[in-house]
Design a protein around this ligand. Sequence first.
Ligand code: SIN
Length: 490
Amino acid sequence: MSDLRSRLKDQNLFRTDSFINGEWVKGDSRFDVNNPANRSKVADVADVGAAGAKQAVKAAAAANLEWRRTSPFERARIVKRWHDLIMENQDDLGVILAMEMGKPLAEAKGEIAYGAGFVEWAAEEAKRVHGETIAVPTPGARGWTIRQPVGVVSCITPWNFPSAMITRKCSPALAVGCPIVIKPAAETPLSALALAELAARAGFPKGVFNVVTGEAKHIGPVLTQSDEVAMIGFTGSTQVGALLMEQAAKGIKRVALELGGNAPFIVMDDADVEKAADGLIQGKFRAGGQTCVSPNRVFVQEAIMGDLTEALAERVKKVKVGDPFEEGVQVGPLIHDKAVERVSELVSGAVSKGAKIVAGGKSLMKEMGGSFYAPTLITGADMASSLAVNEIFGPVASLYPVKDEAEIIKLANATPYGLAAYLYTRDAGRVHRITEGIDFGMIGVNAPMVGSPATPFGGMKQSGIGREGGKWAAEEFTELKFVLLSGIDE
Ligand code: SIN
């Protein structure tokens, strides 16, 4: 058993039971959570199964009316308190996250602050849910709109951001008056349960904030198909998103889906090569490359291919891989051994078709005793290889030479995905033509990261439906009602 508890300043944040209707629930069975850096067991966690999920949905439904009628100012206060508690416990939450997910500790603490930003923003937005008056054609009649919470929201969240994907999804739902049931990934339930402990301390009424842990195949259908659930929010793969959408379709439930990506990272020949190289390192190796917005296909204009390859090779060779708790480590383990095997296959497949490994290119599982893969730089991969076509979800950057704007736009769009894209150029004309020509929900120009509490986060095509973040998040979780009043002032 790992030493997670002993590393925490507040040991009550180490929770291993589900949180349903304000109570910690043990469930009939348990499952292991392991540290991917050394495969040791971190905890055993309750599997509450379909019965626990039903209990949570019922509790949320029972809390719905009261929470929706709670003054937005009071809801804002509770959500803000949750934010403050998250930030007060940033160190402990970072430790929990690093241990179960494998992100380097500094990055894990950064995720806690990133995620807390969404909570603070949502608390502020709770007070700014507005309707409109509308001039209507009937003489003497009045028309107006009101925005009301959709009802119970199921939030199904991934392991790559065990904290921030919960806060980004749940805090706007809570703030506008929706009770929630969270199902965290089985790999990383401890961050979710620690957030539940802090939510309880913040004062959410019973039933408003629930976390159910266990096997997705039993819990998922309850969260997508129960009559009491109004909406499903999901972050994860396109494949699972499609399955959940299919389940939700039976009840015509609202969905907000943040799915897979295959982000192009475009470097034009007028770009600052050093800055582009720094940006790629930052964007690519964040979370060990395991993000939906990770640069996946690096398109480089031919004239600067040599210079950029050189600048990147130097940097990639210096990226420090190791235990998340070791000082200076930039890339931790991947989530589990299977993830390493998958990345190894993508790389060896590309190499077998002529790609060249400039740096890394190997599994470090044996050498390091955990789920590690070396930071890798590749050139010459075929555009039709699995490495180019699929989301890599690992620390591998693959460079593709391109001729001109027309080819770049065509190649960037040659994917069913449309989440994030990056463009490095100093030419304003290119900025407009390319950002308008490529089909991606978020585009960073000379910027390797696109998420923030203030801005819309989400994708086009098979990368999802809906937007998280900013003023758009509150809209996702509210229903727009129209009222026509007639017969009073004729
Ligand atoms: C994700 O990978 O799903 C989220 C990444 C981010 O928020 O930047």
